[in-house]
Design a protein around this ligand. Structure first.
Ligand code: SF4
Length: 180
């Protein structure tokens, strides 16, 4: 159960996560991440392992703005995006609620996924640089929160997603009210 303070923070993230300079600044960070990944070419076997948190013993952390950015755009990503929001609010399962595909190895919100997903590769050769790059880009995301006077929170993905999706109007069995 979220507190009023958390719900107020979620409303502030949602206010700037749509068509707003804060969202544009976040997209610029994502573009820099993509450039770096393309330049380094880490291997990804698309196994979906890193999205099965309990089995992989992996926890994904994201910022409040990133969660809001994803929540507003998830329905436009397709059925897995919309249903993922409902699963998130319901607190269903242990994996990422956006896992998609017959073998559940695909990301249902690939274009709008958070930095932690963009910069996570099991490729052993990528461990050092991906950690440093993640730290650098995370500082930039934090600076966006400061520049736009929105609360900064870096928290576990499923919990933050449930909070923000709930405030945005997603319900366990219903439709989402918000759109980007
Ligand atoms: S948002 Fe996509 S890439 Fe990230 S954990 Fe969920 S399914 Fe995996």
């Amino acid at each position: 159960v979220s507190s009023e303070r958390e719900r107020r923070a979620a409303r502030q993230w949602l206010e700037v996560a749509g068509d707003h300079p804060a969202a544009a600044a976040l997209e610029a960070v994502y573009a820099r991440a993509a450039q770096q990944i393309e330049a380094r070419g880490p291997a990804c076997w698309a196994s979906g392992r890193c999205c099965r948190f309990a089995r992989a013993g992996h926890r994904l952390y994201v910022t409040g703005l990133e969660a809001a950015y994803c929540v507003l755009r998830a329905p436009a990503c397709g059925p897995a995006g919309a249903s993922g929001l409902r699963l998130a609010v319901a607190g269903a399962g242990e994996d990422c609620p956006f896992l998609d595909g017959p073998a559940r190895t695909r990301c249902g919100v690939h274009p709008v996924k958070p930095l932690g997903c963009r910069l996570y590769f099991c490729d052993r050769a990528a461990q050092d640089w991906q950690r440093r790059l993640h730290e650098d880009l995370l500082r930039e995301v934090r600076a966006i929160h400061d520049a736009h006077a929105i609360p900064y929170l870096y928290a576990e993905w499923r919990g933050l997603l449930a909070l923000v999706a709930g405030v945005a109007g997603a319900t366990p069995g219903g439709e989402e009210r918000s759109s980007a």
